[in-house]
Design a protein around this ligand. Structure first.
Ligand SMILES: [Ca+2]
Ligand SMILES: [Ca+2]
Ligand SMILES: [Ca+2]
Length: 374
């Protein structure tokens, strides 16, 4: 068979621009004046795509950028090429990322759960159902507002325990994953909400201080207490020995893991518990304080911002005179009903706003009835 002339080729694509992730099918339309049999070689930005060898190729675009998809057709002697430019945007988070990520920290066992040896046996009880059902109640509030949610709860402990749940390190990893994959600079970032009970509030606050690059829509402080914290985490360097590399973190804890007199706040004489200082990247705090009168443990300090401001600057605080430390985190408590109600009333502030003082925050001493989503 004669082979005097080169082949001719043109390239068609069913999509040449769009939001990642998407897959485009490319189709080479080729002919040869001599009728020679043709072979096809495909490339993306000059790199050969070995998975495509025929007249069509499928390419999946996962990252933003401009790509040149080319096909080279050969009749064995001569060849011809054609290419198509593909423009890929990535302005929106992946479709499998939730609207709202709720991160919870349980408190110390031995108070809410008596049959254990704290802190080693602390466990992630906030996700237990039906009681206390804390995570489900918070996530349910956002679902009632029409958002998809993912809720993950952690124990008041640095490290993971297969039997008792994940600890602070895993929560930090989760925040970094959300930041890199679900938030980034997307126009519809996943919103992050924090909730913690008792000792867990120190870890929750630590997480927010540790990741100032992440915005947290709410911090729900359910009776933040520090009693026995030093006994658990400081004496003997127990916390420090397990934390490691603390000098690399901008956290307010000192090297011994002291959380309960860690932050100096202007206008307050005593150094504050980190669980009583709401960092600026937590948009709104919902602070619950339990019954102080009937004995036992309670949050005795109102929350402040790092500059000493309080009140509407932080969000809202309410004391529940009828409820104890061991019940304020239960889904059926007056306190949790109030928390859910505040979320339903206020929803989210506008993304990108650095501060928002327009929220509806009412001081209440008793729980309101549930109101429907606005
Ligand atoms: Ca030819
Ligand atoms: Ca995307
Ligand atoms: Ca407090």
């Amino acid at each position: 068979m004669a082979n005097d002339g080169p082949p001719v080729v043109s390239l068609r694509a069913d999509q040449v621009s769009g939001e990642a992730t998407f897959t485009t099918t490319f189709r080479a339309i080729a002919s040869d004046p001599d009728g020679n049999p043709l072979t096809y070689a495909w490339s993306v930005d000059g790199a050969t795509d070995p998975s495509a060898a025929g007249t069509t190729a499928s390419v999946t675009f996962e990252e933003a950028g401009t790509y040149l998809v080319a096909v080279r057709v050969s009749d064995g002697v001569h060849s011809a090429s054609a290419s198509v430019r593909v423009d890929v945007r990535d302005e929106y988070r992946p479709t499998d990322a939730p609207d709202v990520l709720v991160i919870g920290f349980a408190g110390r066992c031995g108070v809410a759960f008596v049959q254990c040896m704290p802190p080693g046996e602390n466990r992630d009880y906030l996700g237990d159902a039906p009681q206390p059902g804390t995570m489900e109640a918070i996530a349910g509030a956002f679902e009632q507002l029409g958002y998809t949610t993912a809720a993950v709860d952690f124990r008041a402990h640095v490290d993971d325990d297969l039997a008792r749940g994940f600890g602070y390190r895993a929560a930090s990893d989760l925040v970094e994953h959300a930041r890199d994959e679900w938030i980034r600079d997307f126009l519809d970032p996943t919103r992050v909400v924090l909730v913690a009970h008792s000792h867990g509030t120190q870890f929750m606050s630590l997480l927010a201080f540790d990741h100032p690059e992440v915005r947290y829509e709410y911090g729900v402080y359910l009776d933040a207490v520090c009693e026995l914290w030093d006994f658990d985490h400081v004496e003997g360097g127990w916390f420090a020995a397990r934390y490691g590399a603390q000098a690399n973190y901008p956290r307010p804890l000192d090297v011994t893991g002291r959380a309960c007199d860690a932050i100096s706040v202007p206008s307050l004489i005593a150094d504050q518990h980190i669980g009583d200082v709401v960092p600026w990247n937590v948009a709104r705090a919902l602070e619950v304080q339990s019954n102080r009168l009937l004995g036992g443990v309670a949050d005795l300090r109102d929350n402040h911002r790092p500059d000493g401001s309080s009140g509407a600057q932080t969000g809202i605080a309410t004391e529940f005179f009828d409820e104890a430390h061991t019940t304020v985190h239960r889904a059926d408590s007056e306190a949790m009903n109030w928390v859910v109600d505040m979320i339903l009333v206020n929803g989210f502030a506008v993304v990108g706003a650095t501060s928002d003082h327009s929220v509806i925050l009412q001081q209440r001493s008793t729980a309101p009835s549930r109101s429907p989503a606005p």
